[in-house]
Design a protein around this ligand. Sequence first.
Ligand SMILES: *[C@@H]1O[C@H](CO)[C@@H](O)[C@H](O)[C@H]1NC(C)=O
Ligand SMILES: *[C@@H]1O[C@H](CO)[C@@H](O)[C@H](O)[C@H]1NC(C)=O
Ligand SMILES: *[C@@H]1O[C@H](CO)[C@@H](O)[C@H](O)[C@H]1NC(C)=O
Length: 419
Amino acid sequence: MHFTPRVVASLGLAAALVSASPCGPGGVSPIKNIDLGPRPFFLVDDMDDGPLKKKLDSCKEKKMKASDFSIGHRGGGTLFIPEHTRESNLAGARMGAAVLECDVAFTKDRELVCRHAQCDLHTTTNIVTIPELNAKCTKPFQPASNGTAASAKCCTSDLTLKEFKTLCGKMDSSNPNATTPEEFLGGGPDWRTELYATCGTVMSHHEHIALVEGLGLLFTPELKTPEVEMPFEGDYTQEKYAQQMIDDYKNAGIDPSRVWVQSFLYDDILYWLSNEPEFAAQAVYLDETGDTPETFETAVQNLTRYKEDGVKIIAPPFNYLLTADKDGEIAPSKYATRANELGLEIITWSLERSGPLADVEEDGNYYYGTFAEAVKKDGDMYKVVDVLVQQVGISKLFSDWSATVTFYANCFDLGLKKW
Ligand SMILES: *[C@@H]1O[C@H](CO)[C@@H](O)[C@H](O)[C@H]1NC(C)=O
Ligand SMILES: *[C@@H]1O[C@H](CO)[C@@H](O)[C@H](O)[C@H]1NC(C)=O
Ligand SMILES: *[C@@H]1O[C@H](CO)[C@@H](O)[C@H](O)[C@H]1NC(C)=O
């Protein structure tokens, strides 16, 4: 065959483009150029002077690496990018989260997809604006009228996987005053942004696994507690669902040591302990049983039982782990002390879900509620992280904006990737 120089040159260019384009699983390759953007530096500059600020200042010009300490909550770009979308995960990975979360829910045809709740499609996607899919919702969109808020309830189990994949991921919000489906999509807090909510790519669990595999990173799937009666449609039991999530990793050839399975449902943890010991070895019991002063005492007492049952890792929200001491400083709570006495590993959630920290005390913010008097401004965020790491001894931290956690991990050499 004879090629003119021009054809040869353009073939060469095409070949170069092909080899430069990512070609691993999930259409991606590992991210080497970790980029934190300005936010961690903004937070450090806002801190009070002292040893911690000095230390963090000294790390500003380091070459940043991905860290196993940094878990991308709902992907890791969730603060500004629609949660559980491919785009949120890519942002989390770019910001150095080496563990990426997929909350797992099931569809009508029993496929697993990434959603924070089985029934949040009306707040995390554009479903109410698609008439034929809105019609399939458990409760289709109802406009606000006569002082009654607008409403809808749309579940992953209302749709097939094929239908689910036609949705656009959006920022998690709804407008109670909406009189049209389009208005219902709004209502997010003003400290988030809609800039990246241009049709986030929703993902199946298989796609999430392929993406994280292509990025060379680690997995933390959470089996979401069903919001429909189980067994679903007669024969899909909780155990089948819990097993299916594990089987997705086995079938993809993923080593259990790269997977941290999580659940709020203690029976799921017990099921994995009995049936999937290799995955159960680092199963994470998500504990939210202690939200009131009374139940908090019970939650502390229950830690003994988890240990006896063979649970290795517990993950309460970080408000369970912290308190304000008599000098008004952030300090470890009774829960943290007890978990450490028992030798339980502690993971916690979630940083960067709360908006400006100057408002958390007045707003009665959930995450800062047990020590709110010790938090006055955004610069205090690294005080929180520092007590969690240095005094509570957490092993990993979920964040809605992974850069914030990755920066701290780089400064204190926590779980850094070699590359
Ligand atoms: C609104 O409330 C009034 C008085 O309760 C009632 O007469 C009217 O039918 C209601 N309208 C709608 C649209 O529900
Ligand atoms: C809904 O209307 C109320 C009353 O006018 C207002 O205070 C509130 O901000 C509105 N909410 C949204 C999300 O627009
Ligand atoms: C925690 O303790 C309370 C009270 O003893 C009990 O009702 C609850 O089921 C316990 N939770 C777990 C997960 O064991």
